[in-house]
Design a protein around this ligand. Sequence first.
Ligand SMILES: Cc1cc2nc3c(=O)[nH]c(=O)nc-3n(C[C@H](O)[C@H](O)[C@H](O)COP(=O)(O)OP(=O)(O)OC[C@H]3O[C@@H](n4cnc5c(N)ncnc54)[C@H](O)[C@@H]3O)c2cc1C
Length: 389
Amino acid sequence: MASEVEFWPMSDRQRELRQKAREFALKEIRPAAKALDETSSFSEDIYQKLAEQGLLGITIPEEWGGSGADTQSYALAMEELSYGYASIADLCGLVELVATLLLELGTEKQKQRYLTPLVRADLKCSFALTESEAGSDLASLSSLAVKSPNGYLLNGSKTFIHNGPVCDFALVLARSQEKGDKHRSMSIFIVDSDLPGFSRGKKENKLGQRASQLSSLFFNDCLLPEDALLGNDGEGFKNMMIVLEKGRICIAALSLGIARAALEESLKFTANQLKEEKPGGNSQTTQWMLADMATDIFAARSMIRHAAALKDGGIPAAMYASMAKLFASEIAVKHTTAAVELQGIHGYSKDSIVERLYRDAKVTQIYEGTSEVQRIIIARNLLRKGLMP
Ligand SMILES: Cc1cc2nc3c(=O)[nH]c(=O)nc-3n(C[C@H](O)[C@H](O)[C@H](O)COP(=O)(O)OP(=O)(O)OC[C@H]3O[C@@H](n4cnc5c(N)ncnc54)[C@H](O)[C@@H]3O)c2cc1C
């Protein structure tokens, strides 16, 4: 039974996972966030503990080592982890997407070799789509895997790849047919990082989410075995859509976690101002800022729960997932900016949490489909299907 009035009914399982993620965020992530941000380092310790807690592969069935929970539980957990530190939540999101593709498309052998070790944190993965000339427009990617007698010969490069500097394997989207329809000539390959011809670029130096490790990946005459192909040849682009909704719900929840942390810091600061009888606390400007933050957070949470519930019900959720991602990422940027302003010099200082939240929020408008791309998807859905019910 719920001990509080919940804004949305939760199953015991959903509440349990949210609680587990909340406690983990408070005990393990929050205390480490500042140092991880300052040193831009990967925390092997936290990665292992996430797996021990069942927070890697939340929607992956238990028989493959996951927690077998639904998308709503996953979204609740992502909000909590991101409230702890967005880089850690994004690491969970990466594992979830790669694990979902392995689960849905993998052969028994591929699942045994990669899926269970991944959700147990014995392996680290990357998900490599973006190229320097193919970001939003993935159809124009040029990495090429040519069929050879022994498998596929892969040439090309990927850029800004999460976990690039540390991954043991990457799911790589490449063209496997030189001619023909752009969308029907791509395949997904599982590429081991110890293969000859695989190399990594330098670690990217980024504005925010600095503990997330990013680099380019290069494939130079990289000979992939026959069974490196994940799913059918030529169906890579279509298969990517399997994780589209989940990926956007995930980043919406991550953005929400950042916004919630900004509200919490703003409330603490304002309460202190009121206690010390400083004019800021009582001002209408401050109070409107707090009210707008809380209202947008409530709206974003409702949108995320709605999109996740549709997905769990097997109902197409693409437009709602895009709306949730668009709205949550926009309010994360808006309200982390407001949180810095509210605190003045204190908010601008490296000693404050909101300074990091402000930097961590920006990328949520860029990755997993930019805000412009989400608007295109929403408009296309509206024009195709008419007004929402
Ligand atoms: C921190 C971080 C982590 C990332 N991790 C990964 C990863 O693990 N794997 C991976 O494959 N990629 C990753 N990416 C890359 C990310 O997916 C791309 O940045 C994103 O797809 C946008 O592509 P782009 O940066 O090339 O921008 P572009 O596509 O070049 O877009 C530039 C601008 O043009 C706008 N634009 C583009 N097309 C249109 C259009 N048709 N109509 C209107 N506006 C348009 C965009 O909205 C944007 O404002 C990561 C990026 C970052 C910053």
